[in-house]
Design a protein around this ligand. Sequence first.
Ligand SMILES: Cc1ncc(COP(=O)(O)O)c(C=O)c1O
Length: 424
Amino acid sequence: MSDLVVFGGEPVRKEAYPEWPVHDQRDITAATRVIESGNWGGYPYPGPETAAFLEEFLAMQGGDYAIACANGTVTMEVALRAAGIGWGDEVIVPAYTFQATAAAPMAAGAIPVIVDVDPNSYCIDPKAAEVAITEKTKAIIPVHLGAQMADMDAIMEIAEKHDLVVIEDCAHAHGAKWRGQGAGTIGDFGSFSLQSSKILTAGEGGVLICKTAEMAQKAAGIINCGRSHAPGGGQEEGEDFVMGANYRMAEMQAALGRVALERFPDQVKERAEMIAYMDEALSEVPGVRLLPRDPRQTTRSFYRYIFAIDPEVYGFNHDVVCYALDQEGIPCWVGYEAMHHYDLFQPQLSKLPVPVTFPERFDFDNMDLPVAKQACQEEAVWFDEAIFRAGQQGVDDAVATMLKIYENREALAQKVEELGTSQL
Ligand SMILES: Cc1ncc(COP(=O)(O)O)c(C=O)c1O
């Protein structure tokens, strides 16, 4: 048994994992093309790069209509506004997600109703979602988290039964498919982030796939400062404004996104091969629980590889595991915070209209969210995507490190007891 770095040993991985995002001459050519065109921004909407990017994005992901936005948060707000959802309406969101999924309804004036996730996928638990439906519920936002997709069969059945709008948060799911159908094309809307850590990135940006031309037209107006006749860009005579803002994507981002799309299919293939290899190898590590792969998810494109450790077996929680992994050269994260840790959702701290008016909807301590709380506070480990772009050796090193932590667990637990996690 070799010593952990924490005890003065050698790290498992000495070579850095590959950087993200990647770039080559094609990005420089694309950026130069935009600079020389003089058309750098997003007005008039959509510019030529943006229009081409959207067409190419739809060819990759599926779907018929898409809007290019500033990021993958406003996409969800815009979808809600386009669907006529606003003040006092309720929108069901999972408890284990980035704050944006719950903040977007608040930005549209709606109440995010937070429900627990499924322990097998860490995505929204359809049963918990159905129980939370009231006469005010208008929408549901399933998040396809890490490498998993939410159970879209169950979600669509519930949505149909209760007449709800479905907005798929696909910030982690570019290229992923459910029964052969692209993530984001199953519900009424699919929201994608192109922020720099995402697997399809333009530095910043977002794409909103819309099921109907009518919704796409409305969404285009909302992101274009409320010009109700958008797309088209300029103000026409007698044109009315709707409530909107400048949420457009810039031409520069669209041009970089087009190059990212050229590379994307090979990257998806490489990650899919490596995830299968990781599943097999990691399942041998004691005290590790893999999230089972749902066969209905037919293409496994992914942002982060999430698994759970058993704190009883290790004698410490995921904070210590991730600290030790990091010391050994393995990029990882403990994942999202519990919702109640975000000041954003605290009425007295955020002073935002929705939490101030409906404080009982933000009383997280009294909400029944055992799976999300366990994931946030104890067990979830998120492996960085770079591990899956470093060949089999990249995966082997990550698995060997997990085994090393397991073998050293007693000494590590002792150290944690002496010093506390924060002093390691
Ligand atoms: C699940 C999820 N939803 C939404 C977003 C928001 O995307 P953006 O940063 O582009 O606003 C992110 C990430 O940043 C995310 O991880």
